[in-house]
Design a protein around this ligand. Structure first.
Ligand code: 6GU
Length: 228
Protein backbone atom coordinates (compact mmCIF):
# COMPACT_ATOMS: atom_id res chain seq x y z
CA UNK A 1 0.00 0.00 0.00
CA UNK A 2 1.06 3.53 -0.76
CA UNK A 3 0.14 6.40 1.58
CA UNK A 4 0.82 10.07 0.93
CA UNK A 5 0.35 12.42 3.88
CA UNK A 6 -0.23 16.11 3.22
CA UNK A 7 0.67 18.08 6.32
CA UNK A 8 2.29 21.23 7.69
CA UNK A 9 4.36 19.07 10.07
CA UNK A 10 5.97 16.19 8.16
CA UNK A 11 8.66 15.84 10.84
CA UNK A 12 6.20 14.51 13.45
CA UNK A 13 5.67 11.35 11.36
CA UNK A 14 9.32 10.21 11.28
CA UNK A 15 9.51 8.36 14.64
CA UNK A 16 6.17 6.60 14.07
CA UNK A 17 7.13 5.45 10.59
CA UNK A 18 10.29 3.76 11.85
CA UNK A 19 8.98 2.24 15.10
CA UNK A 20 7.14 -0.95 15.89
CA UNK A 21 4.38 -2.26 13.62
CA UNK A 22 4.36 0.62 11.12
CA UNK A 23 8.17 0.40 10.96
CA UNK A 24 7.97 -3.29 10.21
CA UNK A 25 5.37 -2.73 7.48
CA UNK A 26 7.60 -0.05 5.89
CA UNK A 27 10.78 -2.19 6.27
CA UNK A 28 9.09 -5.22 4.79
CA UNK A 29 7.76 -3.26 1.80
CA UNK A 30 4.04 -3.78 2.59
CA UNK A 31 3.69 -0.03 3.16
CA UNK A 32 5.30 3.04 1.68
CA UNK A 33 4.56 6.44 3.28
CA UNK A 34 5.54 9.80 1.84
CA UNK A 35 4.95 13.11 3.62
CA UNK A 36 4.43 16.29 1.66
CA UNK A 37 4.47 19.76 3.21
CA UNK A 38 1.70 22.15 2.10
CA UNK A 39 4.17 24.95 2.78
CA UNK A 40 6.32 23.85 -0.18
CA UNK A 41 3.35 24.91 -2.33
CA UNK A 42 2.96 28.41 -0.87
CA UNK A 43 3.07 31.15 -3.49
CA UNK A 44 4.33 34.26 -1.64
CA UNK A 45 7.76 35.10 -0.16
CA UNK A 46 6.42 34.55 3.37
CA UNK A 47 5.41 30.98 2.44
CA UNK A 48 1.85 31.61 3.69
CA UNK A 49 -0.45 28.62 3.95
CA UNK A 50 -3.14 30.19 6.13
CA UNK A 51 -5.00 33.47 6.39
CA UNK A 52 -7.65 35.24 8.49
CA UNK A 53 -11.24 34.12 8.00
CA UNK A 54 -13.53 36.26 5.83
CA UNK A 55 -16.25 37.69 8.07
CA UNK A 56 -13.87 37.93 11.01
CA UNK A 57 -13.41 35.72 14.00
CA UNK A 58 -10.51 34.09 15.78
CA UNK A 59 -7.75 31.96 14.35
CA UNK A 60 -6.44 31.22 10.90
CA UNK A 61 -7.83 29.14 8.05
CA UNK A 62 -5.86 26.84 5.78
CA UNK A 63 -5.87 28.33 2.25
CA UNK A 64 -7.07 26.50 -0.87
CA UNK A 65 -4.03 27.18 -3.07
CA UNK A 66 -1.30 25.24 -1.25
CA UNK A 67 -3.68 22.34 -0.47
CA UNK A 68 -4.96 21.88 -4.04
CA UNK A 69 -1.44 22.34 -5.48
CA UNK A 70 0.08 19.82 -3.03
CA UNK A 71 -2.68 17.30 -3.80
CA UNK A 72 -2.33 17.73 -7.57
CA UNK A 73 1.44 17.35 -7.31
CA UNK A 74 1.15 14.13 -5.28
CA UNK A 75 -1.41 12.67 -7.67
CA UNK A 76 0.32 13.81 -10.89
CA UNK A 77 2.13 10.49 -11.40
CA UNK A 78 -1.14 8.60 -10.87
CA UNK A 79 -2.00 5.47 -12.77
CA UNK A 80 -4.97 4.81 -10.47
CA UNK A 81 -7.25 6.98 -8.33
CA UNK A 82 -6.26 7.17 -4.66
CA UNK A 83 -8.79 7.13 -1.84
CA UNK A 84 -8.57 10.58 -0.27
CA UNK A 85 -9.11 11.07 3.45
CA UNK A 86 -9.49 14.46 5.10
CA UNK A 87 -8.90 14.34 8.85
CA UNK A 88 -11.25 16.67 10.66
CA UNK A 89 -13.28 16.56 13.89
CA UNK A 90 -16.34 16.98 11.64
CA UNK A 91 -15.79 13.68 9.83
CA UNK A 92 -17.42 10.27 10.36
CA UNK A 93 -16.08 8.50 13.43
CA UNK A 94 -13.23 6.09 12.68
CA UNK A 95 -14.11 2.46 13.36
CA UNK A 96 -12.44 -0.90 12.80
CA UNK A 97 -14.81 -1.35 9.85
CA UNK A 98 -13.50 1.81 8.16
CA UNK A 99 -9.89 0.71 8.83
CA UNK A 100 -10.62 -2.65 7.18
CA UNK A 101 -12.12 -0.91 4.14
CA UNK A 102 -9.15 1.47 3.81
CA UNK A 103 -6.62 -1.35 4.30
CA UNK A 104 -7.94 -3.04 1.14
CA UNK A 105 -7.08 -0.02 -1.05
CA UNK A 106 -3.77 0.27 -2.89
CA UNK A 107 -3.32 3.99 -2.32
CA UNK A 108 -4.46 6.52 0.31
CA UNK A 109 -3.88 10.27 0.29
CA UNK A 110 -4.37 11.74 3.77
CA UNK A 111 -4.89 15.47 4.31
CA UNK A 112 -4.20 16.85 7.79
CA UNK A 113 -5.95 20.05 8.78
CA UNK A 114 -4.58 22.62 11.17
CA UNK A 115 -5.38 26.02 12.62
CA UNK A 116 -9.10 26.73 12.91
CA UNK A 117 -9.80 24.55 9.93
CA UNK A 118 -9.84 24.28 6.15
CA UNK A 119 -11.27 26.75 3.72
CA UNK A 120 -14.68 25.17 3.01
CA UNK A 121 -13.81 24.88 -0.70
CA UNK A 122 -11.18 22.27 0.19
CA UNK A 123 -13.96 20.05 1.56
CA UNK A 124 -16.39 20.75 -1.26
CA UNK A 125 -13.83 20.84 -4.08
CA UNK A 126 -11.94 17.65 -3.25
CA UNK A 127 -13.72 14.31 -3.39
CA UNK A 128 -12.67 12.78 -0.09
CA UNK A 129 -13.82 10.76 2.87
CA UNK A 130 -13.85 12.96 5.98
CA UNK A 131 -12.79 11.11 9.11
CA UNK A 132 -12.58 12.01 12.81
CA UNK A 133 -10.89 9.84 15.45
CA UNK A 134 -13.25 10.82 18.28
CA UNK A 135 -15.44 13.42 19.88
CA UNK A 136 -12.72 15.71 21.16
CA UNK A 137 -10.66 18.45 19.57
CA UNK A 138 -6.98 18.16 18.66
CA UNK A 139 -4.87 21.07 17.45
CA UNK A 140 -4.21 19.29 14.18
CA UNK A 141 -4.92 16.23 12.10
CA UNK A 142 -1.41 14.75 12.50
CA UNK A 143 -2.08 12.58 15.58
CA UNK A 144 -5.24 11.35 13.83
CA UNK A 145 -3.21 10.48 10.71
CA UNK A 146 -0.81 8.43 12.84
CA UNK A 147 -3.78 6.61 14.40
CA UNK A 148 -5.19 5.88 10.94
CA UNK A 149 -1.86 4.72 9.47
CA UNK A 150 -1.19 2.45 12.47
CA UNK A 151 -4.67 0.95 12.32
CA UNK A 152 -4.36 0.28 8.58
CA UNK A 153 -0.72 -0.92 8.59
CA UNK A 154 -1.34 -3.75 11.04
CA UNK A 155 -4.09 -5.11 8.80
CA UNK A 156 -1.84 -5.38 5.72
CA UNK A 157 -0.96 -8.96 4.74
CA UNK A 158 2.20 -10.22 6.41
CA UNK A 159 2.61 -7.31 8.87
CA UNK A 160 1.50 -9.00 12.10
CA UNK A 161 3.05 -12.28 13.22
CA UNK A 162 0.17 -14.65 12.63
CA UNK A 163 -2.84 -13.71 10.56
CA UNK A 164 -4.98 -15.02 13.40
CA UNK A 165 -3.72 -12.16 15.61
CA UNK A 166 -6.12 -9.91 13.69
CA UNK A 167 -8.91 -12.49 13.57
CA UNK A 168 -8.59 -13.35 17.27
CA UNK A 169 -8.70 -9.86 18.62
CA UNK A 170 -11.59 -7.98 20.09
CA UNK A 171 -12.95 -5.52 17.58
CA UNK A 172 -12.92 -7.85 14.59
CA UNK A 173 -15.20 -10.22 16.49
CA UNK A 174 -17.26 -7.45 18.08
CA UNK A 175 -16.14 -8.04 21.68
CA UNK A 176 -13.55 -6.46 23.93
CA UNK A 177 -10.37 -8.43 24.52
CA UNK A 178 -10.36 -11.29 27.06
CA UNK A 179 -7.81 -11.10 29.94
CA UNK A 180 -4.27 -12.28 29.12
CA UNK A 181 -1.54 -13.52 31.48
CA UNK A 182 2.10 -14.49 31.17
CA UNK A 183 4.83 -15.64 33.62
CA UNK A 184 5.05 -15.72 36.58
CA UNK A 185 2.04 -17.78 37.68
CA UNK A 186 2.04 -15.93 40.99
CA UNK A 187 2.96 -12.25 41.07
CA UNK A 188 2.76 -10.77 44.59
CA UNK A 189 -0.07 -13.13 45.43
CA UNK A 190 -2.03 -12.33 42.27
CA UNK A 191 -2.44 -15.64 40.53
CA UNK A 192 -3.27 -16.74 36.99
CA UNK A 193 -6.76 -18.28 36.55
CA UNK A 194 -6.46 -22.05 36.87
CA UNK A 195 -8.21 -22.78 33.58
CA UNK A 196 -5.35 -21.17 31.59
CA UNK A 197 -2.87 -23.61 33.14
CA UNK A 198 -5.10 -26.64 32.52
CA UNK A 199 -3.93 -27.37 28.99
CA UNK A 200 -7.59 -28.04 28.06
CA UNK A 201 -7.92 -25.95 24.92
CA UNK A 202 -11.68 -26.39 24.69
CA UNK A 203 -12.19 -25.08 28.22
CA UNK A 204 -9.71 -22.26 27.62
CA UNK A 205 -11.54 -21.14 24.47
CA UNK A 206 -14.90 -21.24 26.26
CA UNK A 207 -13.52 -19.27 29.23
CA UNK A 208 -12.02 -16.59 26.96
CA UNK A 209 -15.25 -16.16 24.99
CA UNK A 210 -17.24 -15.89 28.22
CA UNK A 211 -14.81 -13.33 29.66
CA UNK A 212 -14.85 -11.27 26.45
CA UNK A 213 -18.67 -11.20 26.44
CA UNK A 214 -18.89 -10.35 30.14
CA UNK A 215 -16.40 -7.51 29.75
CA UNK A 216 -18.18 -6.09 26.72
CA UNK A 217 -21.55 -6.20 28.47
CA UNK A 218 -20.11 -4.45 31.56
CA UNK A 219 -17.99 -1.82 29.86
CA UNK A 220 -19.24 -1.31 26.30
CA UNK A 221 -22.80 -2.58 25.90
CA UNK A 222 -23.06 -0.21 22.91
CA UNK A 223 -20.74 -2.59 20.99
CA UNK A 224 -23.17 -5.48 21.21
CA UNK A 225 -25.46 -5.73 18.25
CA UNK A 226 -24.11 -3.25 15.79
CA UNK A 227 -21.94 -3.87 12.74
CA UNK A 228 -18.60 -2.58 14.02
CL1 6GU B 1 -9.13 14.15 12.55
N1 6GU B 1 -8.58 16.42 13.75
C1 6GU B 1 -8.62 17.26 14.78
N2 6GU B 1 -8.03 18.47 14.67
N3 6GU B 1 -9.23 16.99 15.93
C2 6GU B 1 -9.80 15.79 16.02
C3 6GU B 1 -9.78 14.85 14.99
C4 6GU B 1 -9.16 15.21 13.83
N4 6GU B 1 -10.45 13.76 15.38
C5 6GU B 1 -10.84 14.02 16.62
N5 6GU B 1 -10.46 15.23 17.02
Amino acid sequence: MRIDVLTLFPEVFEPFLSASIIGRAVEGGSLSVRCVNFRDFAKDTHKSVDDRPFGGGPGMVLMCGPVFDALESVESDAETEPVRVILTPQGELLTQKILTELASKPWLVILCGHYEGFDERIRTGIEAREVSIGDYVLSGGEPAAIVLIDGVARLLPGVLGGEESVEEESFSRGYLEYPQYTRPRDFRGMTVPEVLLSGDHGRIRAWRTEQAKKRTLERRPDLLGDDR
